[in-house]
Design a protein. Structure first.
Length: 143
């Protein structure tokens, strides 16, 4: 069948290569996590594989497992660091699945009692705010 191919020029590939800045939370040889610049809720972060996967439909199992382990670690750390009372995890595959950036990513969205998520695509958050939140989450991780 028709398969969309990986585009090396996507924004997250540029972040992995260090061509674009990001407020990084965690990094190892297979996985990178950083703050979402248009947070749906305070503390919203993204976890991505360093391997070239478009979305969950084409990633190999080994890299997916490395990513999901970090998703769990950061769900716990961000909930605690942000004093959240819940966490929403999202992953969108292909445009019709809601995907906008075509490098696999999991959203980790800390949630707070009585607070709905912000609408998508709102204003880019002040980088100093994102940096302060990143520092809190990193402190919780012990990095
Ligand atoms: P999705 O593809 O899952 O629909 O959404 C892509 C996500 O990436 C959105 O939540 C958006 O705010 C985030 N995003 C888009 N461009 C950038 C960027 O340049 N840097 C960061 N850190 N996040 C981005």
């Amino acid at each position: 069948g028709f398969e969309m191919s990986y585009d090396e020029k996507n924004i997250f590939a540029k972040i992995i290569r260090g061509e674009l800045p990001a407020e990084k939370i965690f990094e190892n040889d297979k996985v990178l996590a950083f703050m979402d610049i248009m947070p749906r809720s305070p503390g919203h972060l993204l976890v991505i594989p360093k391997s070239s996967a478009r979305n969950i439909l084409d990633i190999d199992d080994e890299n997916l497992c490395e990513v999901i382990k970090v998703v769990k670690k950061l769900a716990i750390a961000s909930k605690k660091a942000m004093n959240a009372t819940g966490v929403t995890i999202q992953q969108f595959s292909e445009a019709d699945g809601g995907q906008e950036v075509f490098h696999l990513h999991f959203h980790i969205i800390p949630r707070y009692t009585g607070k709905p998520m912000n609408r998508p695509g709102q204003m880019v958050k002040d980088m100093t705010v994102l940096s302060m939140q990143a520092n809190k989450i990193k402190a919780e991780l012990g990095v």
